[in-house]
Ligand binder design. Structure first.
Ligand SMILES: [Zn+2]
Length: 347
């Protein structure tokens, strides 16, 4: 006789239960149940678990927290496919598509509530869809993870070299040298130290970022920005995979790569750059370079070729990102630059 399903028997195992149940020496691909659409379609997100035979840390990889950021999904996929669980110490867990309805809709934000998922952590099991998604991921991280890498990209309209971001999270969070030791495995163009309360960041609940909430729990966490959104960029994907392999070596999970990462450029102050005039932004600098004081990042011209605005700085800057899309209105972002930096050579 078939018993009617109760909510409890319908409940799928949460992330930490699935990680716990995964068999040693095996790679599992399952899903996390988050909710349902009006049509009855389930809202789920994929969960990948590679569990080693030996004890070791739990490395958690999160991707597509913004649904149009694709390179990180493919870097996670390639890295996990290359793991040998028989020669792995610890567990790699991945939620490569943490914002599934946004990915499917080709959008950054959760389409059903228009929320920014990376401003919604730690989430809630009784809230808007963004909070439900955040909760499904964060609950697993809270219970299982030691180290968390959250993959982003820049806006699709920009170009950038792979770079890293890590947050100031105060007392109880892992120290900066431990964070930079892990970040440096990715050889980023720069590593930006960011305060979630800084006025030079874009408006929003920056304290709702996944990596910040992980740091507050004492877990080592940071963001890797792999190029631009809404496209695949093979060099960026490869750099993400190489970084993950070196990080896994650094954490003692796989045999360590012998090459030690070089010094890392730590940016301690950065700013978005906005155009005042509407028109056409013409690039005069490239992402991943140092722009000398007085030289233009770019010009804004009108359709007749008249220069309306020249964008320069009174000091040298690191060009973290620059706008590719030339069409700009007043107040549009044309660049993202580092203003203060030094070179970190390790402990
Ligand atoms: Zn993002």
């Amino acid at each position: 006789m078939n018993l009617p399903l109760t909510p409890e028997t319908q409940r799928r195992a949460n992330a930490s239960e699935q990680v716990e149940r995964a068999a040693s020496g095996e790679f599992t691909h399952s899903t996390l149940q988050v909710g349902t659409m009006a049509s009855g379609q389930p809202i789920t997100l994929p969960l990948l678990v590679a569990k080693g035979r030996a004890e070791g840390p739990v490395l958690w990889l999160n991707g597509a927290v913004h649904g149009d950021e694709i390179n990180g999904i493919l870097a996670i996929s390639d890295f996990m496919a290359g793991l040998d669980c028989n020669n792995l110490a610890g567990t790699v867990v991945a939620t490569p598509i943490s914002n599934p309805t946004a990915l499917d809709a080709r959008r950054k934000r959760v389409p059903q509530d228009d929320q920014d998922l990376d401003q919604s952590f730690p989430g809630s099991d009784a809230g808007m869809l963004a909070q439900l998604l955040a909760h499904a991921v964060f609950d697993g991280i809270r219970q299982s993870a030691d180290v968390v890498v959250n993959f982003h990209t820049m806006n699709p309209l920009f170009s950038s070299m792979p770079y890293a971001v890590y947050k100031d999270a105060g007392d109880g969070a892992p120290g900066e040298s431990d964070i930079l030791g892990a970040v440096s495995q990715f050889s980023p163009f720069v590593a930006c130290r960011m305060s979630v309360t800084s006025a030079s960041e874009l408006p929003g609940n920056n304290a709702g970022a996944l990596d910040y909430q992980c740091l507050k729990l004492g877990k080592l966490a940071f963001m890797i920005e792999l190029g631009a959104g809404s496209q695949q960029q093979p060099d960026c994907i490869r750099s993400g995979v190489d970084g993950l392999q070196r990080l896994a070596g650094h954490l003692g999970m796989i045999s360590a790569n012998a090459t030690k990462p070089g010094p890392i450029r730590r940016v301690t102050r950065r700013t978005h750059v906005f155009g005042h005039q509407g028109g056409f932004f013409r690039q005069h600098a490239a992402a991943g370079t140092t722009l000398p004081a007085g030289q233009p990042l770019g010009l804004i011209q009108d359709v007749a070729g008249n220069i309306l605005e020249t964008i320069t700085f009174s000091q040298d800057v690191q060009v973290i990102g620059i706008r590719n899309d030339p069409v700009v209105h007043s107040g549009d972002r044309v660049g993202f630059v580092g203003l203060e930096w030094d070179d970190w050579h390790g402990q």
